[in-house]
Design a protein around this ligand. Sequence first.
Ligand SMILES: [Zn+2]
Ligand SMILES: [Zn+2]
Length: 253
Amino acid sequence: MTGRAARLRQAVIGWIYPPVCGACEIPISGERQLEVPFLCEECQSTLVPVGRHYCAVCGQGYELTGMTPFRCANCGDRELAVDFVVSAYRGTGVSKGLMHHFKYGKQRHLARLFGVLLDEVWRDERLRERDWWVVPVPLHPRRQRGRGFNQSHELARELIRRAPEGVNLTLHPLLKRVKQTVRQAQLDRRERLTNLSSVFAAKSSRPIGPDPGAGILLVDDVITTGTTVSECAATLRGVLESDRIAAVSVLRG
Ligand SMILES: [Zn+2]
Ligand SMILES: [Zn+2]
């Protein structure tokens, strides 16, 4: 969409639904809404990017490290099937609250805001080195029916829509969730690591992809230990050839 068309569309939508901040509900100007939808400046100023110091494998952010790249204690004792993880922001305070509204408050429109926040992951050069087949982490059908949508699928669409120039992203929902599990957030670390075995399966019995040279990029809303995306990656590695499987998330739990 051209800038003018986007502005016009925004003016019409703003007239019907005046935009408010998804966190504090103060009204947002049309101009602001175009730049950072559904988030006021004050709430935005509280967001903390994961930044440049993070584990080269699981993506866990650290305040200070002497060396880059490094492998951290969050994942050093485990084999992850995913090659690397990049998260955009820390999942605390405002960002955590927004994600809660998005997932459990039926505020599907917040996907547009999270799409803007996801721009942050492109700081990682490894993501710019190739094209990607984008695979959302699936929800169990029962949970998806209750929620009305799969948040990771919405985020994947926004990621693709805003892809940087020169990186070709295409949506391929290759996975399904075959077992309903206890929400990862309700478990402690040890339980999280074992909660997910054989939860995912390929949708097709003979899945194809990705295109030669392209990698697989998993998308999730929140990544904490990396277990969920690792299980997804392990499932995909079992059924198709891919030399690169990475994952991105809006928030780091
Ligand atoms: Zn606000
Ligand atoms: Zn790590």
